[in-house]
Design a protein around this ligand. Structure first.
Ligand code: NAD
Length: 469
């Protein structure tokens, strides 16, 4: 954490400075955007050691996991953006209807202005920088507010970003609730918030004051459904990997598993084996496994352990904020663990009577950020696709969708709105301006749609409408 957070008036000055630069056109040239993206890339590579240490200090993240899910992930995203930027920036010619001819129509992506990015603590580097890549690619100025709950990563960003990115147009503002509140009182041209729904509502209210568009990347309970058509051993390995990555503190982590009694009975021992094969028998001493971010989250999670029968794991150590990968069975549908986003390494197994029961269980709740189906039955897959709504749906491969840059990443309903990644990030931070042009001569409007409405014009209009009927 920096020694002192910025005051309200310092925050105001930062925002107006950045806005002034945007007004001066600093951020618009494609060359500027590329330079920023390359600088961000260099920062990540040159300081990877510092970022790895910060992520370890904040979340006990291993170096390999930090590379896979934060540092390397970001470099990949920057490279994808640099490779496609020229094409995304190009104005897109579209057809003008025959009745308007001669005319031309184009869609021109223009930057929105100054954007505010508010990031959470669970992937504190990636979730602060990934939206920034889109904002810069689209030619915006930006303020990044990292999470105060990942203080080492927040401090590393605040220290390093100004040495690489154009200080006139990009600023990192550290802080917690008071600083974010001060930021939200300012006028932005877009706010990109990642975090929980309670704060999402605060952000939405503040944004409404200035009619600022927002993207809300929220969370929720992402279900897994598994049936008898897949190998329980293979499925268990993927479920375990996706669930216990970052000690379960992943927005798209599988939250719980739905299956019939027989399927769950077959799955449980394979979950145990998969946990042991990924993390060994003495998980606490394994550097590949992370820690819970803070004491409050730790006690909340430990509280869930009594809501079911511990089938695997369950040991914990408050001093280290260590919670073993845990599988819970026999949980009641109305228990807290089944009604709050778990966001930690506890996986409840919930029995359903059949596919219909599983589908109605999911559709009867808030729309999740993702739904994960393990089934090789085409009818089952089709029913999940048609009958449920979620930010994403993956078959046999939880969380991998977010690594495909051509796929929009975002929620629906309670799991958020708006999306990003790849070109979608560029579009999120752009205004698609309609540009239409028609020569003054020949005058095709006077003789057709302008008064006085002669018989001939009336016949023309009615004839045209008649064709539409
Ligand atoms: P958090 O506590 O770090 O909060 C997120 C941000 O909101 C922080 O920058 C924080 O300073 C700010 N904030 C907190 N209280 C505020 C207030 N009263 N007013 C203004 N700003 C405030 O992170 P979190 O919310 O605990 O993150 C976990 C949640 O985020 C989970 O629900 C998870 O599913 C979700 N999440 C979603 C995604 C996604 O991409 N959809 C990614 C990661 C996390």
């Amino acid at each position: 954490m920096s020694e002192q957070y910025a005051t309200e008036s310092a925050i105001s000055t930062i925002v107006s400075g950045v806005r002034h630069s945007f007004g001066q056109g600093v951020t618009r040239p494609e060359a500027w955007r590329r330079k920023q993206l390359l600088a961000l890339r260099s920062m990540l590579i040159r300081h990877e050691g510092e970022f790895e240490s910060a992520l370890h200090a904040d979340l006990g993240k291993s170096g390999v996991e930090a590379q896979l899910t934060e540092i390397g992930f970001m470099v990949g995203e920057i490279d994808h953006t640099l490779a496609h930027l020229a094409q995304w920036i190009k104005p897109r010619r579209v057809a003008a209807p025959l009745a308007l001819q001669p005319a031309s129509a184009r869609i021109v992506a223009e930057p929105l202005g100054v954007v505010l990015i508010i990031a959470p603590w669970n992937y504190p580097l990636m979730l602060a920088l990934s939206p920034l890549v889109g904002a810069l690619a689209a030619g915006n100025a930006a303020i990044v507010k990292p999470s105060e709950l990942a203080p080492a990563t927040s401090a590393a960003l605040a220290r390093l970003v100004p040495g690489y990115l154009d200080r006139r147009a990009v600023a990192v503002v550290e802080g917690g609730v008071p600083e974010t509140t001060a930021l939200l009182a300012e006028r932005f041209d877009h706010i990109f918030y990642t975090g929980n729904g309670r704060v999402g509502r605060i952000v939405a209210r503040a944004a409404a004051e200035h009619l600022t568009p927002i993207t809300l990347e929220l969370g929720g309970k992402s279900p897994v459904y598994i049936d008898e058509t897949v190998s329980a051993a293979d499925a268990a390995k993927r479920i375990v990997w996706a669930k216990y990555l970052n000690a379960g503190q992943t927005c798209v982590a599988p939250d719980y598993v739905l299956g019939t009694r027989e399927v769950l009975a077959r799955l449980a021992p394979h979950l145990r084996d998969a946990i042991h094969s990924l993390y060994g028998n003495a998980v606490q001493g394994n550097p590949d496994y992370g820690r819970i971010v803070n004491d409050a989250q730790f006690s909340r999670l430990v509280g869930y352990l009594s809501e079911g029968t511990i089938t695997v794991g369950g040991s914990h150590d408050a001093a280290e904020r260590f919670l073993e990968p845990t599988v819970l069975s026999g949980v009641a549908r109305d228990s807290a663990v089944m009604n709050e986003e778990i966001f930690g390494p506890i996986l409840p197994l919930v029995q359903v009577s059949d596919l219909d029961d599983a589908l109605s269980f999911v559709t009867g709740r808030d729309k999740p950020l993702a739904a994960y189906v393990f089934s090789d039955d085409r009818t089952v897959r089709a029913r999940w696709e048609r009958e449920t709504s979620s930010g994403a749906l993956t078959f046999n491969a939880p969380i991998l969708h977010l690594t495909a840059p051509e796929l929009p990443f975002g929620g629906v309903g309670a799991s958020g709105h708006g999306a990003y990644h790849g070109e979608r990030s560029f579009l999120t931070f752009s205004h698609e301006k309609a540009v239409f042009s028609k020569p003054l001569h020949p005058d095709t409007l006077g003789p057709t749609v302008m008064p006085p409405f002669t018989r001939a014009k009336e016949a023309l209009v009615r004839g045209w409408l008649g064709k539409l009927r």
